[in-house]
Write a protein that binds this ligand. Structure first.
Ligand SMILES: NC(=O)c1ccc[n+]([C@@H]2O[C@H](COP(=O)([O-])OP(=O)(O)OC[C@H]3O[C@@H](n4cnc5c(N)ncnc54)[C@H](OP(=O)(O)O)[C@@H]3O)[C@@H](O)[C@H]2O)c1
Length: 165
């Protein structure tokens, strides 16, 4: 199963200087919960924006065209084409989470089974946007309000879409 997961603001903004434009611990907690023990696929730029450090308890695959790329950790896999990820997924028992950024979400658009999108009802400054995407092939099956409090000072929704049969 291939699942894209991301958070965006109301304009589709997803990044600033290779980091998240906001601090929303509840979204990070949810990201951790759903991706735990599964596989994360990310572009080289997103991986480097995270300080070239894989997240705990999840296998990380970094996509780059650089065949010599050194991710800095033995257990991080490097793949050079989206097709390699699709081949890996065929034999995988875990869910494969497409975790960004823009280029990588676009590369996997035709193959996604499910989308986990967090929409933050606010506008932020930044420089990276979620790519143009054909939502008509997906059906929104859930929208859940996120907790708003002093540490999470925005309104936001956790949305789930599944590919239409
Ligand atoms: N809000 C969110 O949920 C979220 C999640 C993740 C990322 N982000 C943001 O997204 C932004 C980064 O997005 P981005 O589009 O600039 O970069 P990216 O997708 O993270 O990385 C792009 C790089 O990945 C490699 N790549 C992408 N597609 C490939 C393919 N089909 N085959 C082989 N290699 C491929 C290339 O690496 P090489 O140049 O090495 O060949 C490419 O330059 C950052 O601001 C980050 O913070 C936001």
């Amino acid at each position: 199963m291939l699942i894209a997961i991301w958070a965006q603001d109301e304009n589709g903004l997803i990044g600033k200087d290779y980091r998240l434009p906001w601090h929303l611990p509840e979204d990070l907690r949810r990201f951790k919960e759903v991706t735990q023990e599964n596989v994360l696929v990310m572009g080289r730029k997103t991986y480097e924006g995270m300080g070239k450090r894989p997240l705990l308890n999840r296998k990380t695959i970094v996509l780059t065209q650089n065949k010599q790329y050194d991710p800095g950790y033995e257990d991080v896999l490097v793949m050079n084409q989206a097709q390699e990820v699709l081949n890996y997924e065929k034999d995988a028992r875990e869910a494969i989470f497409i975790a960004g950024g823009s280029q990588v979400y676009k590369a996997f658009e035709p193959y996604l089974d499910k989308l986990f999108r967090t929409v933050i009802h606010h506008l932020f400054d930044g420089d990276a946007y979620f790519p143009t995407f054909d939502y008509t092939i997906f059906e929104k099956v859930e929208s859940k309000k996120g907790l708003r409090d002093a540490r999470n000072p925005y309104d936001y929704d956790f949305e789930t879409f599944v590919r239409r049969a």
